[in-house]
Design a protein around this ligand. Sequence first.
Ligand SMILES: Cc1cc2nc3c(=O)[nH]c(=O)nc-3n(C[C@H](O)[C@H](O)[C@H](O)COP(=O)(O)O)c2cc1C
Length: 221
Amino acid sequence: MDILQAISGRQSIRAYLNTTVDNKILRDILDVARWTPSGVNTQPWQVVVVQGESKQAIGDRIIAARENGQKENPDYAYYPEKWVEPWRSRRLQCGLSMYKALGISREDEEKRKQAWYRNYHFFGAPVGLLFFLDKKLTTGSLLDMGLFLQSIMLAAHHYGLATCPQAALAEYPDIIRDCLQLSADQHLLGGMALGYADMNHPINQYRLPRCEVEEFTRWYD
Ligand SMILES: Cc1cc2nc3c(=O)[nH]c(=O)nc-3n(C[C@H](O)[C@H](O)[C@H](O)COP(=O)(O)O)c2cc1C
């Protein structure tokens, strides 16, 4: 697959076919992603693969926690506390586009909530990936982690697989650590749904625009 097409053709997929992913392909994706560059070759990424019952249990427990009013307790702040322009509008457009594709009105809070909750079961994807970073590392490693996630998404795209990176899965790290019997030494950065896209599902039938190059670039001689 052409690298340029892979970068512009990848999109976040939020509904999946009930087709299992061969563990060999999954391993091949991780095998190529390990060539991602990282500062002084730190290779800070730690990945947990969840499928079947372990994946189901994570979603069930997070949804139960939310329904019980348990507050989110992320290991790090992915988003700013206060949204200002231009990011505020982009965030709004992101949410509105999804709810519009699903035919959910702004007022229908219950349906919106249920749509959001699908995050916690990895949008029904057969594979869930969780990304951890040792808490002894620092901000720079987050750059490496971002590159690593993109490597996984592009490699998956190459194999005809779809993905959705998910910060939502970083909201309740203690629950996930408890489900998987993991130590608190590793910060949970987020997750990723991975599987074969259901392109007939309305949620997969829109794409968000991007700013033009001129809007985010300054050139100096
Ligand atoms: C690190 C990261 C975290 C994200 N978290 C979520 C998430 O929790 N739930 C979700 O539905 N989409 C999530 N997204 C997907 C973004 O909404 C999506 O990338 C953006 O709207 C652009 O759309 P595209 O990926 O289809 O090009 C995340 C993306 C990134 C890069």
